[in-house]
Design a protein around this ligand. Structure first.
Ligand code: 5GP
Length: 113
Protein backbone atom coordinates (compact mmCIF):
# COMPACT_ATOMS: atom_id res chain seq x y z
CA UNK A 1 0.00 0.00 0.00
CA UNK A 2 1.38 3.43 -0.90
CA UNK A 3 2.26 5.85 1.87
CA UNK A 4 -0.07 8.70 2.74
CA UNK A 5 1.26 12.25 2.59
CA UNK A 6 1.24 12.27 6.40
CA UNK A 7 3.30 9.07 6.58
CA UNK A 8 5.81 10.71 4.27
CA UNK A 9 5.93 13.74 6.60
CA UNK A 10 6.33 11.46 9.64
CA UNK A 11 9.15 9.63 7.87
CA UNK A 12 10.75 12.97 6.87
CA UNK A 13 10.43 12.18 3.17
CA UNK A 14 8.41 15.40 2.74
CA UNK A 15 9.24 18.53 4.69
CA UNK A 16 6.82 20.10 7.15
CA UNK A 17 7.06 22.52 10.05
CA UNK A 18 7.16 20.05 12.93
CA UNK A 19 6.12 21.30 16.36
CA UNK A 20 6.28 17.96 18.22
CA UNK A 21 7.22 14.34 17.60
CA UNK A 22 7.72 11.16 19.56
CA UNK A 23 7.60 7.44 18.81
CA UNK A 24 3.80 7.43 18.42
CA UNK A 25 2.70 10.78 17.00
CA UNK A 26 3.91 13.72 14.92
CA UNK A 27 2.51 17.27 15.05
CA UNK A 28 3.13 19.79 12.28
CA UNK A 29 1.71 23.03 10.89
CA UNK A 30 -1.11 22.69 8.35
CA UNK A 31 -0.12 23.76 4.84
CA UNK A 32 -3.32 25.83 4.50
CA UNK A 33 -3.95 27.24 7.98
CA UNK A 34 -7.54 28.07 8.87
CA UNK A 35 -6.59 29.95 12.04
CA UNK A 36 -3.48 31.73 13.37
CA UNK A 37 -2.48 28.38 14.89
CA UNK A 38 -3.39 25.30 12.83
CA UNK A 39 -1.51 22.13 13.67
CA UNK A 40 -2.21 18.53 12.65
CA UNK A 41 -1.48 15.77 15.16
CA UNK A 42 -1.05 12.43 13.42
CA UNK A 43 -0.35 8.90 14.64
CA UNK A 44 2.75 7.42 13.02
CA UNK A 45 0.76 4.21 12.48
CA UNK A 46 -1.50 4.94 9.49
CA UNK A 47 -5.04 4.42 10.78
CA UNK A 48 -7.14 5.61 7.80
CA UNK A 49 -9.84 7.32 9.85
CA UNK A 50 -11.50 7.21 13.25
CA UNK A 51 -14.28 4.91 11.98
CA UNK A 52 -11.62 2.29 11.25
CA UNK A 53 -9.80 2.58 14.55
CA UNK A 54 -9.84 -0.61 16.61
CA UNK A 55 -9.49 -1.51 20.27
CA UNK A 56 -5.76 -1.88 19.75
CA UNK A 57 -5.56 1.81 18.80
CA UNK A 58 -6.93 3.00 22.16
CA UNK A 59 -3.56 3.87 23.65
CA UNK A 60 -2.31 5.82 20.65
CA UNK A 61 -5.59 7.75 20.37
CA UNK A 62 -5.42 8.73 24.04
CA UNK A 63 -1.78 9.69 23.61
CA UNK A 64 -2.67 11.80 20.57
CA UNK A 65 -5.26 13.81 22.54
CA UNK A 66 -2.92 14.38 25.46
CA UNK A 67 -0.21 15.55 23.07
CA UNK A 68 -2.69 17.87 21.32
CA UNK A 69 -3.32 19.54 24.68
CA UNK A 70 0.42 19.71 25.34
CA UNK A 71 1.10 21.30 21.93
CA UNK A 72 -1.73 23.80 22.55
CA UNK A 73 -0.12 24.81 25.85
CA UNK A 74 3.30 25.05 24.21
CA UNK A 75 1.92 27.30 21.46
CA UNK A 76 0.30 29.65 23.96
CA UNK A 77 -3.36 28.76 23.41
CA UNK A 78 -4.31 29.33 27.03
CA UNK A 79 -7.48 31.17 26.03
CA UNK A 80 -8.88 28.10 24.28
CA UNK A 81 -8.72 26.13 21.07
CA UNK A 82 -10.66 23.62 19.02
CA UNK A 83 -9.81 20.02 18.13
CA UNK A 84 -11.40 18.58 14.98
CA UNK A 85 -11.30 15.09 13.46
CA UNK A 86 -12.90 14.93 10.02
CA UNK A 87 -14.18 11.45 9.18
CA UNK A 88 -15.23 10.33 5.69
CA UNK A 89 -16.66 12.34 2.77
CA UNK A 90 -19.43 14.09 4.72
CA UNK A 91 -16.98 14.88 7.50
CA UNK A 92 -14.71 16.75 5.10
CA UNK A 93 -11.83 14.27 5.29
CA UNK A 94 -9.35 14.75 2.45
CA UNK A 95 -6.31 12.81 3.67
CA UNK A 96 -7.02 9.15 4.57
CA UNK A 97 -4.66 9.06 7.54
CA UNK A 98 -6.30 9.85 10.87
CA UNK A 99 -5.36 13.31 12.10
CA UNK A 100 -6.58 15.78 14.66
CA UNK A 101 -6.71 19.47 13.74
CA UNK A 102 -5.66 21.86 16.52
CA UNK A 103 -7.06 25.31 15.74
CA UNK A 104 -6.53 28.39 17.85
CA UNK A 105 -5.42 31.97 18.09
CA UNK A 106 -8.88 33.39 17.32
CA UNK A 107 -12.41 32.84 18.66
CA UNK A 108 -14.10 29.85 16.99
CA UNK A 109 -17.71 30.02 15.83
CA UNK A 110 -20.42 27.40 16.25
CA UNK A 111 -21.88 25.55 14.42
CA UNK A 112 -18.93 24.74 12.16
CA UNK A 113 -19.51 24.87 8.39
P1 5GP B 1 -8.76 16.84 6.34
O1 5GP B 1 -9.56 17.66 5.37
O2 5GP B 1 -8.42 15.48 5.76
O3 5GP B 1 -9.38 16.76 7.71
O4 5GP B 1 -7.42 17.63 6.58
C1 5GP B 1 -6.30 17.50 5.79
C2 5GP B 1 -5.43 18.69 6.08
O5 5GP B 1 -4.14 18.42 5.62
C3 5GP B 1 -5.89 20.00 5.40
O6 5GP B 1 -6.14 20.99 6.37
C4 5GP B 1 -4.72 20.34 4.49
O7 5GP B 1 -4.49 21.72 4.42
C5 5GP B 1 -3.57 19.59 5.13
N1 5GP B 1 -2.53 19.17 4.20
C6 5GP B 1 -2.72 18.51 3.02
N2 5GP B 1 -1.53 18.22 2.45
C7 5GP B 1 -0.59 18.73 3.28
C8 5GP B 1 0.84 18.73 3.22
O8 5GP B 1 1.47 18.23 2.30
N3 5GP B 1 1.50 19.32 4.26
C9 5GP B 1 0.82 19.88 5.32
N4 5GP B 1 1.56 20.41 6.30
N5 5GP B 1 -0.52 19.88 5.41
C10 5GP B 1 -1.21 19.31 4.40
Amino acid sequence: MSKTIFQKIADQEISAHLVYEDDQVVAFRDLHPQAPVHVLIVPRRPIPRLAEAAAGDQAVLGHLLLKAAEVARKLGLGNGYRLVINNGPDGGETVPHLHCHLLGGRPMTWPPG
